[in-house]
Structure formats: C-alpha cells, structure tokens
Ligand binder design. Structure first.
Ligand code: FAD
Length: 424
C-alpha cells in the first residue's frame, strides 16, 4: 500500500501533522521510535509561552484546550498547570531585573507535555492515523513519485511507501542529515543539557522563572530555574554544558561552590531529563522534492511546543495542497520564513550583541542590573525581546554609566554600536 503521507517523529510537530493530515482525509502513517510518548525523557521545561506572535503562533490555555490564535488549531489538554507570572534575571550579588505583565497574567504556563502528547496520540488514532510506535526510521529515498522509508520495528525491517514525507524527528534530525538537507546549515555548537528536578530548594517561588548570570554561579552558560509540576517544593534547574564541561560536573560545582549553593546545597535530586543538541542555522527552505522538514528538525535550536504544533498543523495542509496539485510546500515555506524570528537576517547578531556572558564581569553585571533594579519591564519569555527590553532600560542610564564607569561604557559601546543600537 502507498500512503498519502508518512510522518517521522511523534513530538508535538509530528503528532499534529499526522492528526491534521488524517482529518483532511489523507491516508497517513506516523512512525515513532519510542514506545510511550507520554514519558518525557528528553529535556524540556514544558512551559506554554504566552508571548504574542512568538515562534509561529500566539497560544492560550482555555477550558482545558491549547488554543492557537494565529493558526486556528485546538489541542486537548485538561491537565495540571502552574502560572508563572514573574521572570527575573539575577546577577551574582543578587541584583534583579524583573519582567512581568501589568495585569500579572502569566508569562508562561507550566503544563504536563507528556499528557499533551498522549492526548494528541489518542486524537491521531481516532482520526485514523496508522500509528507505529517502536518504529525506527533508518533510511529514506525520494524516487520522485514516492518516498521509500526503511523502518525497523521489533528487530523486523520493512519498507514503507508514501507520496509525501514530513520529517519531524527533532533537533538532531538524522533523517534530514542523511538526505543531505543539512549540507548548507552551519553548526555553531553542540550542547549537553540536563534538567535536574530538585526538592527542597530554599526560597524558591513557584510563580518565578529565574535566570542566573555570572561566573559566580559556576555554570558554563546562564542557569535557569523554574517550577516543576510535581509539587510545591520541586524546582527544575537547567544546566547547559558540553563535552569538556559535562552538566554533571557543572551541577556539582553549582550546588557546592557557586553563589546558589546555599539555596541548592541541601536539595534532593528527584528526577532528571537530558538531551544533546546541535545548534544549526535554520533550514530556510525546508523542503526538497516530496519531503518537508518541520519543527525542531528545521530550526535554529528550537521552535518551542507551540511552534512545533503550528508547524505540524501547517505541514498537513501543505501536503494536502501538494497532493491536490498546488504549491503547498512553497506556501509553507513563506509562512515558516515569516513566522520564526531565527529565519531573519539579524537574529544571530542580536543574540551575540545582547550576550551578557562572558562579555561582562560579575561586578559589571551587578552594576548594570542594579541600575534598573526595582523597575518592572514588560512581561516576555522571548529570548530576543528580553535582552532588547533589558538593554533599552539600562541604556536610559547611559550618561550615568559614562561618568561613573567610563571603561564599562566603552565596552558596552564597542558592542552596542554595531549590534545593539539599531535594534533597541
Ligand atoms: C532544555 C530545553 C528546555 C525546553 N523548554 C521548553 C519550554 O519550556 N517550552 C517549550 O514550548 N519548548 C521548550 N523546549 C523546546 C521543545 O522541547 C521543542 O521545541 C519541541 O518539543 C519540538 O518538537 P518537535 O516535534 O519538533 O521535536 P521533538 O519533540 O524532539 O520530537 C521528535 C520525535 O521524533 C522521534 N524520532 C527521532 N528520530 C526518529 C527516527 N529515526 N525514527 C522514528 N522516530 C524518531 C523522537 O523520539 C521524538 O519523539 C525546550 C527544549 C530544551 C532542550
């Protein structure tokens, strides 16, 4: 039998693509190597992001459903939630920059991603998707008329044929790599990430999303801490390392020697998730022949859950369009390039220009954060918008910085002139 569409990967992107494709009447097969998608083992903070027009969509949680305001889909949820209303950037001496919406509406809402995926899995089954769990896709060939997939399931190999293929196998997409689709993408870094679920963190507020900047914290990158769903006193600590500085070693230093040691030192590790991720430039043209690449598989780092759902929703329509003879992949590409900031020309420049670490010393971070301590900046999760707001507020004190700290002013200016000033 030849399917209309095969989808590789049952993360939010692939599940949404398969469900929507089946609802549009396409004969759909979904291939997922894991047995149980509701068990989250790959690191994810599981926060639904409330920013407007961020990563492909604006989503809200309404009456037990994740509702897309931009793309028009709905996803069953109905599980536990925690509203996170305050975001803090924290310097080594504890100077804080505070982000919050004036009406205290949440910046992010913590959800149970495993439950969301399970509901989508059920919706795929109900829509008639042929779901194969434990099915590992090892190879793909696009013959022009059909795409042939080599699949191994319980040690048995088979070939599956489909007229179109959607690759949604996540951030280190082996399938895109094997097909040569990554050949023009630049790889910046390979990161190892572990999320530690910690019980008994002193002084942790569930409504807070904290990011700690500075060498005193003993991380390689800024360390973030946010609430877990598991209980009032469980927090998630996100530690990013690499091969030379593995997260386990960093975690040891963070909890024993770093500025957070007094708060974390007696906390117990009650769970862990992890992942290895390569940061590639995005795949701006995410299709070739009969194959469309979506979600994290095509992204610079990540599309977030809402972006993955939006990609899946749009991808199914793109496939249906192609099968009906229209330029569905072209239309998908136009949306993809417009809806994700990392497909723009200046996102890397923004990211580099805004970087606090390792550009500034701990003492400089204390000074800069101290300038705007007490102000409340607009609530946002967006990793491009947050530093833009932060630097906008700090640079309102430029005259003071110039007179009090001329060397720091010169340092900011040397980066700001080429990177920050145009974007603030
Ligand atoms: C540390 C960290 C924190 C994060 N926090 C958040 C957050 O708070 N909020 C948020 O919205 N997003 C967050 N994200 C991002 C989010 O996890 C991803 O953007 C999202 O899950 C991407 O969905 P996806 O469907 O594209 O890929 P994935 O969710 O990675 O799904 C890919 C699927 O493909 C399967 N697969 C892979 N290879 C094969 C193969 N060969 N054959 C068959 N199946 C295969 C995998 O098993 C997996 O199920 C975070 C990510 C990280 C790393």
């Amino acid at each position: 039998m030849i399917y209309d569409v095969a989808v590789i990967g049952a993360g939010p992107a692939g599940l949404m693509a398969a469900k929507t494709a089946a609802e549009l009447g396409l004969k759909t097969v979904l291939l997922e190597k894991r047995q149980d998608v509701s068990r989250i083992t790959r690191a994810c903070c599981e926060q639904l992001i409330m920013d407007k027009d961020f990563q492909g969509d604006t989503v809200r949680l309404e009456a037990g459903k994740i509702v897309s305001l931009n793309n028009g889909f709905r996803v069953e949820y109905g599980g536990p939630t925690v509203d996170v209303t305050d975001k803090y950037f924290i310097s080594p001496a504890g100077r804080t920059i505070h982000f919050a919406y004036p009406d205290r509406s949440p910046i992010v809402i913590k959800i149970d991603k495993g439950l969301m995926l399970q509901k989508l899995w059920g919706a795929c089954a109900a829509a008639g998707v042929d779901i194969r769990s434990g099915a590992h896709v090892n190879g793909v060939r696009d013959n022009g008329n059909t795409v042939e997939l080599s699949v191994t399931c319980e040690k048995k190999s088979e070939t599956i044929s489909a007229r179109k293929l959607v690759i949604a196998d996540g951030v280190n997409s082996r399938t895109a790599e094997r097909m040569g689709l990554n050949s023009k993408r630049q790889c910046f870094a390979s990161a190892l990430c572990v999320i530690y679920f910690l019980k008994g963190v002193k002084g942790f507020e569930r409504s807070a999303l904290n990011t700690y900047f500075g060498r005193a914290f003993c991380g390689l990158a800024p360390i973030t801490m946010n609430t877990a769903l598991q209980g009032n006193d469980v927090a998630c600590l996100v530690v990013i390392g690499n091969k030379n500085s593995p997260p386990e070693k960093l975690f040891h230093n963070i909890t024993t020697k770093g500025a957070l040691a007094p708060a974390l030192g007696s906390a117990a590790v009650v769970g862990k998730t992890g992942c290895a991720a390569r940061a590639y430039t995005s795949l701006r043209e995410p299709f070739r022949g009969n194959v469309l690449v979506i979600g994290d598989a095509a992204a610079y780092v990540e599309v977030e859950m809402q972006g993955a759902l939006a990609c899946g929703f749009r991808a199914a329509r793109a496939v249906a369009g192609e099968l009906a003879g229209s330029n569905g992949f072209g239309q998908y590409t136009a949306w993809w390039q417009e809806a994700f900031e990392f497909n723009g020309d200046d996102y890397l420049q923004v990211a580099q220009g805004f970087a606090l670490v390792p550009t500034y010393t701990d003492e400089e971070l204390d000074y800069l954060f101290g300038l705007i301590e007490g102000e409340i900046l607009e609530g946002t999760y967006n990793q491009y918008k947050s530093p833009r707001l932060m630097w906008g507020a700090i640079l309102k004190h430029e005259d003071r910085i110039r007179s009090e700290r001329p060397e720091l002013h010169a340092k900011i200016n040397s980066r700001a002139k080429t990177t920050l000033s145009d974007m603030l």
